[in-house]
Write a protein that binds this ligand. Structure first.
Ligand code: NI
Length: 174
């Protein structure tokens, strides 16, 4: 297992969609293990998609539990049904600098996916889990949560991130 480097916005590869996975073989299992290890290495990381670690495959891991003991692996997730709407703050390991923005999404989703054993699954989730599933599914389709906010807000985010990058670079040089 290995802790992988997480790409940060505006890295162009974050805009690439992952490829569909046909079979869960040893190489996919290794990616899943590495995704879990990387996610669990950050206290507040509740989900991580392969596309965030520069692997263009449709697999992501989620654990929203406080005890960090409810792992959920979603492969080729497709949201097939949604219900109601909710607006809540969202953040992402690929959009650092403490950035968090309100995003409006369906409150309940039904998602079809393949699990880590290669079995087809269907799950209906609400609340925080629904948000995490949608956020990670977006990543696998080359989208970030900031693609859901207004242009004005996005410009503010870009400014904050470029300031943060500059400060980080200065710090790294000294
Ligand atoms: Ni994210």
């Amino acid at each position: 297992m290995a802790i992988l480097e997480i790409l940060q916005h505006p890295h162009p590869n974050l805009k690439l969609a992952g490829e569909e996975i046909k079979k869960v073989d040893a190489s996919i299992k290794k990616i899943i293990d590495d995704l879990y290890e990387t996610m669990y290495s950050f206290e507040h990381c509740v989900g991580l998609a392969a596309t965030q670690v520069n692997i263009q495959k449709k697999v992501a891991v989620i654990d929203i539990s406080e005890e960090r003991n409810e792992p959920l692996c979603i492969i080729n997730p497709v949201i097939i049904d949604t219900k109601d709407e909710v607006t809540e703050p969202e953040s992402c390991m690929s959009v650092p600098a403490g950035i968090s923005e309100n995003v409006t999404r369906p409150e309940t989703v039904t998602v079809e996916f393949m699990d880590a054993e290669g079995k087809k699954q269907k799950l209906t989730a609400s609340g925080f889990l629904a948000k995490a599933i949608q956020h990670e599914t977006d990543h696998l389709n080359g989208m970030l949560f900031i693609d859901h906010v207004s242009r004005l807000k996005r410009e503010r985010i870009e400014k904050r991130m470029s300031k943060w990058r500059k400060r980080y670079a200065d710090h790294a040089e000294s």
